[in-house]
Structure formats: C-alpha cells, structure tokens
Design a protein around this ligand. Structure first.
Ligand code: IPE
Ligand code: IPE
Ligand code: MG
Length: 245
C-alpha cells in the first residue's frame, strides 16, 4: 500500500465496522494452517484497535464469527472459540487500561458456558470506559438479530402503529449505537455476508484486496481518507449539485 500523508481528515467516521476477512487465504498463501491465519488476524486487530483510539474513532465493530461460520470444520470452529477466550484472558487488562469499552453483539446462549462467562466479565469490567466502544460481533448474524428483535417486540406487546425504524433500531443488539458510517471489508469480497444488514443502510464501503492480517494502520488511514472524500447524500442532493440552473 502506498504511503499517504500522515494527517487525518476532520470528518472522520464516528463508527467504523470491519469485516475482517481473508485469514484463511493469508495462511494458505504461506503454506500454514488456517488457524495460524486467525491468530495472525487477531494480532493485527490489536494494532487497529490502538489506531482507532489514537485517531479518535468512537465506535469500532468487528465481525469475528458469524452465525454461518458454525458450518466450518469443527477444529476451526473450536480454534476460533479458543482464540476469543485467549484474547479475553490476555488482552483485557490492556484494553481496559486504554479506555476501551467492550460490547458483544450476537447470541451468547449457544456458546460454551465458560466462554459466555468470560464475555460477560469483559463487558462488565469495561462498562465505564469511554475512549472507544468496541462492539465484538461474535456468533452474530444480521437476520438473526432482526428475528430476535421481532420476537421481543411481540413479547413486549408492541402495537403495529408504534413500529417505526427508530423503534426497530432500539430492539437490535446495537441499540443506542449510531449506525456505521464506514464499513471496511478486507480480502476483496463484494458482499455483506449477513453483517449489520439493517444498520448498513447508508454506510460507505471500503473494500480492499489486502488480507486481514496484512491490513495495517497505514491502509486504515487510507480508508479514512477515502471516506472523508465521499459525498454522502442519504437520498437527497448534495449542495454542489443543488445549484439553481
Ligand atoms: C475471516 O477469515 C475470519 C472468520 C470468518 C472467522 P476467513 O477464515 O473467512 O478467511 P478466508 O476468507 O477463508 O480467506
Ligand atoms: C464473514 O466472512 C464473517 C467474518 C468475517 C466473521 P466469511 O468468510 O464467513 O464470509 P463469506 O463466507 O465469504 O461470505
Ligand atoms: Mg472468508
């Protein structure tokens, strides 16, 4: 990736969401097992979290394990569970000290009880931190999130006339979190893969062929620069094209 100037634009995204893809291909290209790619990807995550703190990003959502990823071979699924556990065991002190508030989006009920407890502990321990909110999408699926929201709305007796986009947003795992401004997908795939399908309505996209373990701070900065040059219209017309003829 070409080096860019070291300055950052003023209009940074408030919320960046990342589909951290390509760990398997990164490992394959080096003749290593897929889990080695996941370990390298986890290492890389540390530096991107740190960059978010440094750059003043308020919210970072990372896609770590999808509801569809259960379909992978059991060794890989178990390895990914173990990696999350290791991250909580070994990184929590530092994340807490850096002011990172950890939140989980997705389902906890069908993961191993010991891991559930660790996730709950990490959330509880970092609850008061406010430098960066890190939303960990683990066992997350956008369709599952919407289904769970509908179930809870029905349980709460929500009446049809009260259903609005704002109400639906409040029933999602991301309640209270602004929608992502920028979604980054590494490894070149041009698809959403069930990630934040409701919240992504007006997100800007940055897709790069770089595999996740190689997506470094410089390329992250580059993505922020690209974002800052975008004209976000939200269905309206921008001031430049709204000139009288
Ligand atoms: C992303 O990397 C990490 C997870 C989905 C857990 P992949 O494992 O999907 O890597 P590729 O796409 O096979 O290269
Ligand atoms: C999306 O990547 C899920 C995560 C990054 C956790 P996948 O590799 O699972 O997505 P597909 O299968 O290429 O759509
Ligand atoms: Mg993939």
């Amino acid at each position: 990736m070409a080096k860019t100037e070291n300055t950052l634009p003023d209009n940074l995204p408030r919320h960046v969401a990342i589909i951290m893809d390509g760990n398997g291909r990164w490992a394959l290209s080096r003749g290593m097992p897929r889990l080695a790619g996941h370990r390298a990807g986890t290492e890389n995550l540390r530096s991107i979290i740190r960059a978010c703190v440094e750059f003043g990003i308020s919210y970072l959502t990372i896609y770590a394990f999808s509801t569809e990823n259960w379909g992978r071979p059991p060794e890989e699924v178990n390895g990914l569970m173990r990696i999350l556990e290791d991250v909580i065991d070994h990184e929590l002190d530092e994340l807490d000290a850096e002011g990172v508030q950890i939140r989980h989006i997705g389902r906890l009920d069908n993961i191993e009880p010991r891991l559930q407890d660790k996730v709950r502990y990490a959330i509880e321990r970092t609850r008061a931190n406010d430098r960066l909110v890190l939303l960990v999408a683990f066992n997350y699926g956008g369709r599952d999130e919407i289904v769970q929201a509908i179930k809870r709305m029905i349980e709460d007796g929500v009446q049809p006339q009260d259903v609005t986009p704002e109400l639906v947003s409040r029933y999602l795992y991301t309640a209270g979190v602004p929608d992502p401004d920028l979604i980054i997908r590494t490894s070149g795939e041009l698809r959403i893969s069930n990630f934040l399908i409701w919240q992504a309505a007006y997100a800007e996209w940055y897709v790069t062929p770089t595999y996740w373990p190689d997506f470094d701070k410089e390329e992250f900065r580059q993505a922020l620069l690209v974002y800052a040059r975008r004209d976000r219209r939200f269905g309206t017309v921008s001031p430049q094209v709204n000139q009288p003829s």
